[in-house]
Write a protein that binds this ligand. Structure first.
Ligand SMILES: *[C@@H]1O[C@H](CO)[C@@H](O)[C@H](O)[C@H]1NC(C)=O
Ligand SMILES: *[C@@H]1O[C@H](CO)[C@@H](O)[C@H](O)[C@H]1NC(C)=O
Ligand SMILES: *[C@@H]1O[C@H](CO)[C@@H](O)[C@H](O)[C@H]1NC(C)=O
Ligand SMILES: *[C@@H]1O[C@H](CO)[C@@H](O)[C@H](O)[C@H]1NC(C)=O
Ligand SMILES: *[C@@H]1O[C@H](CO)[C@@H](O)[C@H](O)[C@H]1NC(C)=O
Ligand SMILES: *[C@@H]1O[C@H](CO)[C@@H](O)[C@H](O)[C@H]1NC(C)=O
Ligand SMILES: *[C@@H]1O[C@H](CO)[C@@H](O)[C@H](O)[C@H]1NC(C)=O
Ligand SMILES: *[C@@H]1O[C@H](CO)[C@@H](O)[C@H](O)[C@H]1NC(C)=O
Ligand SMILES: *[C@@H]1O[C@H](CO)[C@@H](O)[C@H](O)[C@H]1NC(C)=O
Length: 850
């Protein structure tokens, strides 16, 4: 049977970016930028089991050896806590069986389910001997009515499991034995004995359970059908021939009314059926074959419910995650009409799974009892004929797969591993319904994406956890509109939207967040699902991002531009932070676009760096942002600057500057000035000879590491120790080149960013700059360019000694200037390909009319 997985791998990944609904998050929020509420207690770990009780407005948390009751509105408010440790005797036995005292033999709370209004059913791994108990909500105490936890809770805290409580009966998927080798899907209730799966690889083959939920089909069912419990897991396939273990995502179901068989399948499920859950990109032959989590978006009519799953590929190094969605009605069709598979023996010992083409017994094997059966006097599974039972025992697998809506993923993400998913269907101001998908990752991030027709838009990426660790559980509250994430180190509560973070109407609309709208009265971006004292008509929302529907506001006038004046020869950074990852900054100088012909500038994501400011650099600088929204490119002015040299600070910039004026320094600053170290002044070292141009024929072996002028000692001339200043470091070298900064011999804690641009196939140009606040003592700065072929270092001492500016060494300054101009010519000849991306260059031409 052809299964595309073998044709996957490399190369294809490039294609994935151009196929399918992959999406870059528009905003990226860091943990410390947000008001997230956190909970953890010293010495307690593994907060991985969460249960919301919205009626009581509390969140129950199962951790290692503890259960907490937290306020749902503020998880930092602890209402109750109970400790549940393992008795010494159990601990000793566990250690004797070769398990670790510090980790394995503790009690990890894994099952936390509401039994009724006044109690919880709680199970823990209990030193590899699972135990369950009842937790009274009145006094938050364990009832000490301990029960065997086998089949309900795993022995091994590392092992996968899932549970769901349905009408007081606990449905679980876990391992039944100490070794974890016997998988089981079971139902436990007080009134009946345990109902379970056959121990057979045709039923379950090394499954990893991820989720289970009930679909209430029984309510108002015309044919008297039953409620069903669906299980989701990944298991090792039996039906495909593969050189290794090929994993397959599965959906399985059992009927709530199942009582097992009379003789055949006694105390076993008579309704256990499973099918393949497909999440693939057929056009690329790419298969996501591991399911990690599932969320069922339940609708009043169960047939309209949608199952959302997060998937990755078995080959984790591929670095892709996907979200696929399934219609409940499609699932129902597969289970009620699908063909069965059967094991056939070929060439004596070899078995193979093939489609069953014979006549299936009646009633249909694996179906729930309905009115039709009752009419034939089959009132429960106990009355099912042996033929039906024998058949389902041997044929639990369906051939027909469950295909996703649209035959492919709803969402594809590169370079992330999704671990959890939650989905909310919201009604926006346009009265339409939108599915908002929240996905959590193994690095503690949360993504929020919205499906708009055939397109997916990722509103934001939120660093939920302080440290990079997996989010193990993600819960969504319906009332409070909060998300709760559980991890090994704690619980985090986050709002489902960050509307208040958008300070302008344009930002609010470009976000395309169905939770957010601009309130024209309050002049604020508000969450439309929170109680508002605003009339609906004063809210502006545009889910296609048409920022032109915003009220017109006065543009920043030239008088409001920041005035910046600097000393000749010093460097300046004009900040322009474009928070949107979909936005692009474009700089205009004196009203015209910054182009190739412009002087030497460096653009970073945070602004424009101009080094060695000279006469001709003075002028009007504007940073525009450009972002796609409302079907066109939306542009707006983000920041404006008037840059002057200090000598001219009091002259109007619009006048023409004569070069002679530049040397007539009129600034009389009293503050002590910085100067290059004495050694540099007395015997200024000649500027390093400029590097020769790399020729296209140069090979990697001929490369060295070269620092480019101006070196740090040259730059010290323009620097003022009692003002913030910039130092920069430029280097050319092989592709493993890196720049390291040191201040007073100390490597800088926060790494300084490097900007990397390829010059030739083998050679890269690196630029990096350091922003330094006012100095308190003399300081030595050092920049080292390192690579496997060698290192080169430049350093300078910047001292606080008072000195008159006019006595600045003219000689050193002029040498530096000449080095700089040489440098500039050099860079010009490289076409400055590294200053702007090719995309931006293209953009300039299309932008000419703007
Ligand atoms: C429990 O938390 C600790 C500390 O973060 C972690 O090292 C360990 O892997 C966790 N164990 C389980 C079973 O999740
Ligand atoms: C949550 O509770 C803590 C502790 O009582 C309090 O300091 C904090 O302000 C509360 N946060 C919010 C958002 O209510
Ligand atoms: C099934 O239920 C019907 C009505 O409740 C009853 O008359 C019939 O005897 C039952 N059949 C069996 C086999 O129990
Ligand atoms: C799923 O349901 C939706 C709406 O009910 C329908 O438009 C769509 O075609 C269905 N998809 C499949 C694969 O059946
Ligand atoms: C995803 O997980 C796999 C396997 O755990 C790991 O090898 C890979 O580095 C992860 N990828 C990302 C982008 O975190
Ligand atoms: C801006 O215009 C002024 C006055 O015309 C001129 O002196 C200056 O060099 C211009 N600046 C740039 C960067 O072109
Ligand atoms: C919008 O701008 C981007 C560059 O940011 C450009 O690639 C694209 O062609 C522009 N689209 C239109 C319709 O102008
Ligand atoms: C500019 O002029 C004002 C008053 O005219 C004066 O206070 C200020 O010091 C001057 N600035 C410079 C840099 O010369
Ligand atoms: C370059 O510097 C690094 C440390 O910054 C050092 O480990 C390495 O040995 C140096 N290499 C050479 C060739 O000097």
């Amino acid at each position: 049977m052809a299964f595309g997985v073998l044709g996957v791998f490399l190369g294809l990944l490039l294609e994935v970016s151009t196929h399918g609904p992959s999406s870059v998050p528009r905003m990226s929020w860091k943990h410390q930028e947000l008001d997230l509420i956190e909970f953890s207690e010293p010495g307690i770990f593994n907060y991985s089991t969460l249960l919301l009780n919205e009626d009581e407005a509390v969140l129950y948390v199962g951790a290692r050896e503890a259960v907490f009751e937290l306020s749902m509105r503020n998880v930092s408010v602890k209402k109750n806590k109970v400790i549940w440790k393992v008795p010494d005797t159990h601990m000793t036995m566990c250690i004797q069986k070769g398990k670790s005292k510090e980790t394995d033999c503790l009690n990890y709370i894994r099952v936390l389910q509401m039994l009724d209004d006044s109690s919880l059913y709680v199970c823990g791994t209990h030193a590899f001997q699972p135990v369950c108990d009842f937790l009274s909500l009145k006094d938050f105490k364990l009832q000490k009515k301990q029960e065997d936890g086998r089949g309900k809770c795993p022995f091994d805290p590392e092992q996968s499991f899932t549970t769901v409580m349905v009408d007081g009966e606990l449905y679980s998927g876990t391992a039944y034995n100490f070794l974890g080798s016997e998988p089981i899907i079971s139902r436990y209730s007080h009134s009946q004995s345990l109902l379970r799966t056959e121990y057979s690889t045709s039923w379950l083959n090394e499954p990893s359970f991820v989720y289970a939920d009930v679909i209430r089909e029984g309510k108002n069912s015309p044919d008297g059908d039953d409620d069903k419990i669906y299980y989701f897991f990944t298991e090792v396939s039996v039906e495909y021939e593969f050189f290794g273990k090929l994993l397959i995502p599965r959906i399985a179901r059992v009927c709530k009314g199942d009582l097992g068989g009379q003789r055949t399948l006694q105390k076993k499920w008579t309704t256990f059926l499973k099918a393949k859950l497909v999440c693939s990109m057929p056009e690329l032959n790419f298969v996501f074959n591991v399911v990690h989590d599932v969320f069922v978006l339940k609708m009043d009519d169960w047939k309209e419910s949608i199952i959302y799953g997060v998937f990755t590929s078995q080959w984790g190094n591929v670095g892709l995650s996907a979200v696929c969605a399934y219609n409940m009605s499609t699932v129902e069709d597969v289970f009620s009409k699908g063909k069965y598979m059967q094991k056939a023996t070929v060439e004596q010992s070899h078995t193979k799974w093939v489609r069953f083409n014979g006549i299936t017994p009646s009633p249909r094997p694996g179906a729930c009892i309905n009115n039709n059966n009752r009419m034939q006097n089959i009132n429960s599974s106990l009355h099912l004929p042996d033929k039906t039972l024998q058949f389902i025992k041997d044929h639990p697998l369906l051939e027909d797969p469950v295909l996703p809506i649209g035959n492919g993923p709803r969402l594809i993400a590169k370079d992330v591993n999704y671990t959890q998913i939650a989905v909310e269907r919201v009604q926006a101001l346009d009265t339409n319904l939108y599915d908002v998908i929240f996905t959590a990752t193994d690095k503690g991030f949360l993504y929020k994406s919205v499906i708009y027709g055939n397109e997916v838009h990722t509103v934001e990426e939120v660093q939920l956890l302080r440290n990079s660790e997996p989010i193990k559980t993600l819960l969504l509250s319906s009332q409070g509109r909060f998300l709760y994430a559980g991890s090994d180190t704690g619980v985090v509560q986050a709002p489902t939207a960050f509307c208040e973070k958008y300070s302008s109407c344009e930002d609010c609309l470009l976000a395309r967040d169905p939770y957010c709208a601009w309130d024209t009265d309050a002049m604020a971006c508000v969450n439309i699902f929170q109680e508002l004292n605003t009339a609906q008509w004063s809210l502006v929302q545009s889910l296609n991002g048409d920022a032109d529907s915003c009220p017109k506001v006065k543009m920043l006038s030239k008088e409001e531009y920041h005035r910046i004046s600097v000393k000749p020869g010093s460097s300046v950074e004009l900040p322009c932070l474009i928070r949107s990852n979909l936005g692009q900054a474009v700089w205009k100088v004196n009203g015209s676009m910054l182009t190739d012909a412009s002087r030497f500038y460096l653009m970073s994501e945070s602004g424009l760096l101009i080094y060695s400011v000279a006469n001709e650099d003075q002028g009007l600088y504007e940073c525009w942002s450009i972002e796609w929204g409302g079907g066109r490119n939306f542009t707006r002015l983000v920041a404006g600057y008037v840059l002057t040299l200090e000598s001219f600070a009091n002259t109007s910039y619009s006048g023409t500057f004569s070069s002679s004026a530049a040397h007539k320094s009129s600034t009389a600053t009293e503050a002590p000035l910085v100067s290059p170290s004495p050694a540099d002044i007395s015997s200024p070292s000649p500027p390093k000879s400029p590097p020769s141009l790399p020729s296209s024929s140069s090979s990697s072996s001929s490369l060295g590491v070269r620092l480019l002028p101006p070196l740090l000692s040259d730059q010290a001339v323009g620097i003022h120790a009692q003002e913030a200043f910039l130092l920069f470091c430029l280097a050319l070298g092989p592709s493993d080149l890196h720049i390291h900064w040191q201040v007073n011999g100390q490597r800088l804690e926060a790494p300084v960013k490097e900007y990397r641009h390829s010059v030739t196939q083998w050679e890269v140009f690196l630029s990096s700059w350091l922003r330094q606040e006012v100095l308190e003592k003399d300081s030595e700065f050092q920049c080292t360019a390192t690579s496997h072929v060698g290192n080169e270092t430049t350093k300078t001492v910047i001292s606080l000694s008072s000195r008159d500016e006019d006595s600045a060494p003219a000689n050193a300054l002029s040498q530096w200037k000449s080095a700089l101009s040489h440098h500039e010519k050099l860079l010009q000849s490289w076409k400055k390909a590294w200053v702007r991306s090719v995309a931006l260059l293209k953009f300039f031409s299309s932008f000419a009319t703007f």
